[in-house]
Design a protein around this ligand. Structure first.
Ligand SMILES: [Zn+2]
Length: 398
């Protein structure tokens, strides 16, 4: 839901009241009055508007009796549905969620993004319809669509921009097409950004500043700053895979430079090195399997990749001061050696103040980080206080 920048929302409108209830900071009129400084009748008006929208419900055991209004309120997570998709290079996952990002139905499939937008989005639209039917719901309940793609995105346009591994997708209006199809706003972002948002939402909301590092075939990073995705001026923030690593033996990178982090520490780079040693390792997953089996060459490579990743992260930690670094992706999901290398270098190289309470952890959501994050992106947009205030005002004017 787009909100004009020049429409100042009252800081304590219905949207703010909803936020306090959603965050479980307040559930009763008295608590809301204390937190907002509003009078009882104003709080009651706001609550009535939210009740009329179905966005809140009387809390269990607090339904009105004998003409007395309910005393406690809960966020109504069932008020609407979200469609979300995490489109990967070769594997995609789709989900239907409620307004808390809980997955109600989902589907995963091997499908090549390189098949192009027509092929992939036709499948996606049909599968979204299947998920809605499977959950026994209706398309009219969809309040938004969120999609992550494996490449750079012009967020405001909802379109990929010169994505290296997505032929045919450059400038394709993914957001506009899905918005038309499902009659709801559609947001598109880079896959690592939505994974960062998913992990943040699931476990780290109190931390506020988080870096999510995906180590798969390549290496990417999503940044959550002050509870929001930091995309940068051109949507290129967090592209740590192409930061040069010192003493990295000049490995050639797909970006055209040499010595990039991804070219020495990515799963694809490690697979190439093992293959050059005469070991059968066609891809990142094979590297992980060999490392898990204790194959010394693979263990050494993964550990070294961890240290090289650590070099770049140590600098990022000094620069950004995150409260947590979440590491996910195929390679991270499988091997302790990577974490050992990352921790060793980050705690040794970063400034003590920046690492005093820094945690470096594995992702909690695994393969679902992307779909949950894409849903959260939509939920946070649709339920942003200003957006809720606008929806309430429109209803009142209608
Ligand atoms: Zn590069």
């Amino acid at each position: 839901m787009a909100v004009a920048a020049d429409s100042p929302a009252p800081v304590t409108g219905a949207g703010t009241i909803l936020r306090l209830i959603r965050d479980r900071r307040a559930a009763t009129r008295t608590e809301l009055m204390e937190l907002t400084g509003l009078g009882r009748s104003t709080v009651s008006n706001r609550l009535d508007a939210l009740l009329a929208h179905g966005l809140i419900v009387p809390a269990a055991g607090s339904a009105s009796t004998g003409g007395r209004p309910p005393t406690k309120f809960d966020f109504n997570r069932r008020a609407a549905l979200v469609l979300s998709a995490d489109l990967g290079a070769t594997h995609s996952r789709l989900a239907l969620t409620d307004l808390e990002g809980e997955v109600l139905a989902e589907r995963a499939r091997e499908i090549a993004i390189a098949e192009g937008p027509e092929h992939v989005l036709t499948w996606l639209e049909g599968t979204f319809d299947d998920l809605i039917a499977e959950a026994g719901r209706d398309r009219s309940e969809i309040c938004g669509v969120g999609v992550g793609v494996p490449g750079p995105v012009e967020f405001a346009q909802g379109a990929p921009v010169a994505p290296p591994i997505m032929p045919g997708w450059d400038g394709y209006p993914v957001g506009a097409r899905l918005s038309d199809r499902f009659g709801a706003p559609a947001l598109v972002d880079n896959d690592v950004n939505i994974m960062a948002l998913g992990e943040y939402w699931a476990r780290w909301r109190e931390v506020e500043h988080l870096m999510y590092v995906k180590v798969g075939t390549g290496i990417g990073c999503g940044i959550v700053a002050g509870g929001r995705i930091h995309r940068g001026a051109q949507g290129a923030a967090g592209d740590i895979g192409h930061i040069s690593v010192p003493e990295s033996d000049e490995a050639a990178c797909r970006c055209g430079n040499v010595g990039c982090l991804e070219a020495v520490a990515g799963g694809g780079a490690m697979a190439k090195r093992l293959t050059a040693m005469g070991i059968d390792a066609p891809n990142a997953r094979a590297v992980v399997r060999l490392a898990r089996e204790g194959r010394p060459e693979a263990v050494q490579l993964v550990r070294r990749a961890g240290r090289e990743l650590g070099e770049v992260l140590a600098a990022a930690v000094n620069f950004f001061n995150p409260g947590v670094i979440v590491v996910g992706g195929d390679v991270a999901d499988a091997h302790e050696q990577l974490f050992a290398g990352v921790r060793e270098v980050v705690y040794q190289r970063s400034l003590p103040l920046a690492t005093r309470s820094l945690r470096i952890v594995q992702g909690a959501l695994g393969d679902r980080a992307g779909v949950i994050g894409a849903a959260v992106m939509v939920i946070e947009d649709v339920l942003a206080p200003a957006a809720v205030d606008l929806a309430v005002a429109r209803r009142a004017a209608a």
